[in-house]
Design a protein around this ligand. Structure first.
Ligand code: SF4
Length: 404
């Protein structure tokens, strides 16, 4: 195993000989006896990829433990038993938004009593108490009716001047589209100015499902699928790394989910700029999008596993515990995910939608959560170029059953 985590020698995608390592792993009977999983395994070993039709067939595998085991084998072939996290803070810039996506519990109209917009000083004030313990601030927000690119330039320049060690991961694709329109700039010009002022990476939210007929029903007026992909492509071409996401469990079909994964994979073939894929389910509250299908725990884990199997060229798959909760996130770490969101000091978007995941998790709690899956917690920076193994200060038993 060539991965070392005490320096900067870990390749972004983990062990680059992952196909060889996968072929050398003992084959559980449950996979050997399942023709779909066996074809998927052989295809990954021989081609490094499974085609969309086979991805679709994975949805018909009824033995979920076997599916999760195969996804975990692929994860292990890249990263062994390491699970990555970082320490970050979410600061949302404003909840005022000129759009009204049907699944969104966060946005407010400008005159709503709970509407807010952070001044630059308020933004810095939010970061201040956490500045010595975090290495990343994650900032997204609504589409503000007045702010243009100059507001964000001031925001990022001020944050970098005061907290030069903190990585700024900010703006969704639709915010970038909105800013470029408001500023009479191209997307490329907007991104270049934002990068020059301190934007380090883009979190990837807002992909929802990259199928326009679904977008038209759940988030009409948002960027189209091709616009989402083009904005990320422009960012990659400017050297700005991005993540990508999927909101599932609304009204999409499983075919739509596979189309989504395939589109991301094709762009990654071209640019190699995606670092991490973050799939998360719609959280219902019976008032927004009442026709949503809703995702069960099994469905969430199935989605994590299929993401790992389909996205051979996007190295990291995140268990987004702010959305799926700590218990399912822990199981996701045994079903293909290698990354988990870190010690989040503050989060609004998922909590507005009903998430009950505890905030202010200490490093120790998160490390314990990872260790309880029988794996090693590795703290990383945002761009996966620095790593440190973190140890829990108490002895923990590996009491969770392994999925075999
Ligand atoms: S998801 Fe984003 S763009 Fe859509 S309404 Fe909410 S804040 Fe606005």
């Amino acid at each position: 195993m060539e991965i070392s985590v005490d320096g900067d020698s870990v390749p972004l995608g983990g062990d680059l000989n992952w196909q060889v390592r996968l072929s050398q792993m003992p084959l559980p009977l449950s996979i050997e006896n399942n023709p779909i999983l066996l074809r998927a395994l052989n295809s990954l070993i021989e081609e490094g990829r499974i085609e969309p039709n086979l991805g679709l067939e994975l949805y018909s595998v009824s033995n979920l433990n076997s599916l999760f085991t195969l996804a975990n084998m692929v994860k292990q072939s890249r990263f062994e038993n390491q699970i990555f996290f970082n320490q970050n803070l979410h600061v949302n810039t404003t909840n005022i938004c000129v759009l009204a996506c049907r699944f969104c519990a966060f946005r407010k109209g400008p005159r709503h009593e709970d509407a807010y917009e952070l001044s630059v000083e308020e933004y810095l004030h939010r970061i201040e108490p956490f500045s010595s313990s975090i290495d990343e601030v994650h900032s997204v927000g609504g589409l503000h009716p007045v702010w243009d690119v100059t507001h964000y330039e001031e925001l990022y320049k001020s944050a970098k001047a005061k907290f030069p060690h903190i990585h700024i991961k900010s703006l969704t694709a639709v915010e970038i589209k909105h800013l470029s329109k408001r500023s009479n700039l191209t997307v490329k010009e907007t991104l270049q100015r934002l990068k020059n002022s301190g934007l380090d990476s883009i979190p990837g939210g807002g992909a929802e499902i990259l199928v326009d007929k679904i977008r038209d029903r759940i988030c009409r007026g948002k960027e189209s699928s091709s616009e989402y992909l083009n904005i990320h492509k422009e960012a990659h071409n400017l050297g700005i790394p991005t993540n990508c996401t999927m909101l599932f469990g609304t009204i999409e079909t499983i075919q739509d989910r596979i189309v989504h994964l395939d589109l991301l994979r094709k762009l990654q073939d071209e640019t190699n700029g995606f670092q991490c894929f973050v799939p998360y389910p719609f959280l219902p509250d019976f008032s927004r999008l009442p026709e949503a299908q809703l995702a069960s725990s099994n469905e969430i884990l199935r989605m994590i596993a299929i993401s790992r199997l389909m996205l051979d060229n996007i190295p990291h798959i995140k268990a987004y515990r702010m959305n799926i909760g700590d218990d399912i996130a822990q199981l996701a770490l045994l079903s293909g995910a290698d990354d988990i969101d870190g010690t989040v000091g503050h989060e609004e978007i998922m909590h507005s939608a009903g998430s009950t995941t505890a905030l202010d998790s200490s490093n120790q709690d998160l490390i314990r959560l990872i260790n309880q899956t029988g794996q090693v917690a590795v703290r990383r920076n945002t761009v996966y170029s620095k790593f440190n193994i973190e140890n829990a200060q108490v002895t923990v038993s590996n009491s969770l059953p392994l999925l075999v």
